[in-house]
Ligand binder design. Sequence first.
Ligand code: HEM
Length: 443
Amino acid sequence: MELLKDKKPISHYFIVTGLILLFSTLSFGVIGALQYVYAGLFRENFSFEKIRPLHVSSAVFWILITACGAVIFYLGKVKDGIWSSKLAKWQWILFTISVVAILISYIMGIFGGREYWEFHPIFALPIVIAWILFLINVLKTVKVFRKQPVYVWMWLTGTIFFLFTYAESYLWLIPYFRSNIVHDMTIQWKSYGSMVGCWNMLIYGSSIYLMDKIAGSEKYSYSSIAFALYFLGLFNLMFNWGHHIYTLPAPKYIQYISYGVSMTELLLLGRIIYFWKSSVDTAKRHYHILSYRFLLAADLWIFLTLILAIAMSIPAINIYTHGTHITVAHTMGATIGINTFLLLSLVCNIFNVHQPKTEKNITLGLNISLIALPIFWISLIIAGVLKSDWQMHHFNDIPFSAMMQSLHPYFVVFLIAGILLTIGFFIIVGSLLAVFFKKQINA
Ligand code: HEM
């Protein structure tokens, strides 16, 4: 609580919590990758079954908490301050206590949830309460809905729908919903797909606000292309889950339509960034160089993710990729290449990073991660292709252990690239935390 006595805005505490979670994501990621290479490493106390949820939950909360911090900060800028800093403070306290408790519970071997939310369902309660506080704050701050720029609509939509989809992801607690496996899995994957759409709304909305700020004009936030993106994002949020359930006996046409929608959303975002780039004059670009570089990195990864996602949306290919490292490559490619780069761009802007040495270090970290990420990603894709070939063609004649042995060289490359990626991000996270703790922020 000592920290809260200094005068930094509450949004910065969300961001610092997020950065610490990014640190923990990377640390557990390296241990998980080591366990890929040295099977059974730390089996006694930190088996892969513990490390994976520690890594994935840290990643999910890094994204969610930082996205909330960015929305609180930018909404405050748009509307002359957030409605209630006190409410935001309570939201932050609830989030922080829940996440710490969740990570400790994993270490103690207490689970009880489902994939991606593997913590005991009791912890969902404070998270829901925190989100309701966030929702009240966002609604009260926005006040009127007429003539709002697109990013305000994106923040509103992401906030409202997250509450709905998060609650939906816990319907399995009710016997009626979990009694039918197909319905149960359909609801689960539908809610996960929509939840990603919700946090994307928060992050993309903040990115569009930042792009406007850098360009010095509100042109894009009121443009028809930005609103087209918004409506497609909304469809995406509601229907993009179809590709998650290709292997379930659900109507195929729903899956095709939904995946088509999610693809166009990414294309449009790439389009907006592309046009924005060409419209900003060079001097302005250089002033905000750090945020701009992260936006460019995200732009590149939107297109790479898009290529992989389109391939995975083809049912004949999807059958092969299902349950392989290609899915992991897709998830990590999106959460690192798009979400993390965009969030870091926002953090650099919000923390107003301007010291040349800090800028230099963060740029170095970004460059290292830009070299490592494609190697990391491709090694997973190759391992996935080999595994899927085994699943489809050699399941009966080659034992699982022999197949895993053949993937070993790719796991070694994955580990080395992952360590490099971690070094790059550590430099960035360390520099940003130093900016915060050395009180170099002029908010
Ligand atoms: C910003 C950084 C990162 C984020 C946001 C992130 C996110 C994720 C997510 C969402 C998953 C779940 C994938 C799925 O089940 O489809 C995952 C899995 C995993 N990640 Fe990361 N990750 C990051 C960095 C790393 C790094 C640097 C490493 C290794 C050095 C790593 C190693 C792993 C491993 C081993 C898994 C488990 C895959 C499996 O279940 O087989 N991650 N990560």
